[in-house]
Design a protein around this ligand. Structure first.
Ligand code: G3P
Ligand code: MG
Length: 355
């Protein structure tokens, strides 16, 4: 005799059993990873425009080719810049044969998105990069009055009489009358290409209170209310040249030396970029958001920063309470003695670091 109760009990058991399995599989599948990575770019993944030997393998391991068989979350945290995060992700994905999304990219100037509310409709000077790339990046963040030093030269080239603005540069210059357009802030987004022009124009803007060609304000009356922000403190960085190259930090030192010689004191400024706390907090938030999107709200896992520069990558990671791994493929040369900031680990290259 067919016993419904048994059938029902059996089905209810089967039903519960299936769902229990499904739940555990789901939980198993989407368990929040216990660790997260932040990769520096220059000197760790890239040597100039080319990937460093072990870079692709390292990212492949994080994309699932690992003993845990799970995707391990990571961001790229660089003091470099010069592109939108979308362009940078696109370029790196093709060079490193791995899909990297713009939301995984934290460049030196990404943090300037936090200034858009304050400066969206104010005239700002964006320094660094080639041509008008920094204007395009600034506009992609929401700054609607972003000008470059090429715009200033196109407006009045005698402001720096030593160079001729080329036709191609004039082509992307924005026509502006800077004698009527007060500059409210100077953002050094990326490494300036022509230090002479940029130092001259910064000194003109800051001594005249924002109006180029305007009279210089007497030192005693000068309020220094024009915001100056540097996005990358690196004195040196590693490209594909055998020895490290001067970075934005060297440009800042030059500007301040000239400004102090002119006015008697340095100009107050805000510094972003590794090792600053602001940039590591921004990076933590970026990876935290990525994880919450994939796994629902939860804690930031144990973070590993892999870098080549003891002053920026390692110092910042240590201060943020992250684990830090110093690789020998960039700025730091182990034959020159112990690093200025002691990492949690030291490895030959990025693949060894990930492993
Ligand atoms: O200009 C970029 C350089 O200062 C360092 O870049 O990727 O090593 O932080 P990165
Ligand atoms: Mg580096």
């Amino acid at each position: 005799m067919f016993n419904h109760n048994v059938f029902n009990t059996t089905n209810r058991f089967r039903y519960n059993f299936i769902h229990a399995c499904r739940r555990s599989i789901q939980t198993k599948a989407v368990k929040r990873p216990p660790l997260g990575f932040a990769f520096d770019i220059d000197g760790v993944l890239m040597g100039g425009l080319e990937p460093l030997p072990k870079a692709r393998n390292a990212l492949r391991i994080l994309n699932g080719d690992n003993p845990l068989k799970i995707k391990i979350p990571y961001i790229l945290l660089t003091n470099g810049g010069g592109h939108t995060e979308y362009e940078r992700a696109h370029k790196l994905s093709s060079r490193l044969d791995v899909q990297i999304s713009p939301s995984q990219i934290v460049q030196a100037h990404t943090i300037l998105k936090d200034y858009v509310d304050q400066y969206a409709d104010k005239a700002i000077l964006c320094l660094g990069g080639n041509g008008d790339t920094m204007r395009r990046v600034a506009e992609s963040y929401g700054f609607r009055k972003a000008y470059t030093t090429t715009d200033v030269l196109a407006w009045n080239s005698s402001i720096w009489p030593f160079i001729q603005v080329s036709e191609s540069e004039l082509a992307f210059a924005k026509p502006v009358d800077f004698s009527r357009t007060p500059i409210s802030a100077i953002f050094v987004f990326h490494d300036p290409r022509n230090w002479g022009v940029d130092v001259q124009i910064m000194c003109d803007v800051l001594q005249s209170g924002g109006l180029l060609e305007g009279p210089y304000i007497d030192k005693a009356q000068r309020k220094n209310n024009i915001k100056v922000v540097f996005c990358n403190p690196d004195l040196l960085w590693k490209s594909d040249f055998p020895r490290p190259r001067l970075g934005q930090g060297a440009f800042k030192a030059s500007f301040q030396a000239v400004y102090k010689t002119l006015t008697g004191s340095e100009y107050p400024y805000v510094q972003f970029g590794k090792p600053t706390k602001a940039t590591y907090d921004y990076a933590s938030g970026t990876l935290h958001n990525l994880l919450d999107v994939s796994y629902g709200p939860g804690e930031l896992p144990q973070m590993y920063m892999i870098g080549d520069n003891p002053e920026s990558d390692i110092a910042g990671a240590n201060a943020a309470g992250w684990s830090s791994v110093l690789v020998y493929t960039g700025v730091y040369d182990p034959t020159t003695g112990p690093p200025t900031n002691i990492p949690t680990h030291e490895t030959r290259d990025v693949e060894e670091a990930v492993k």
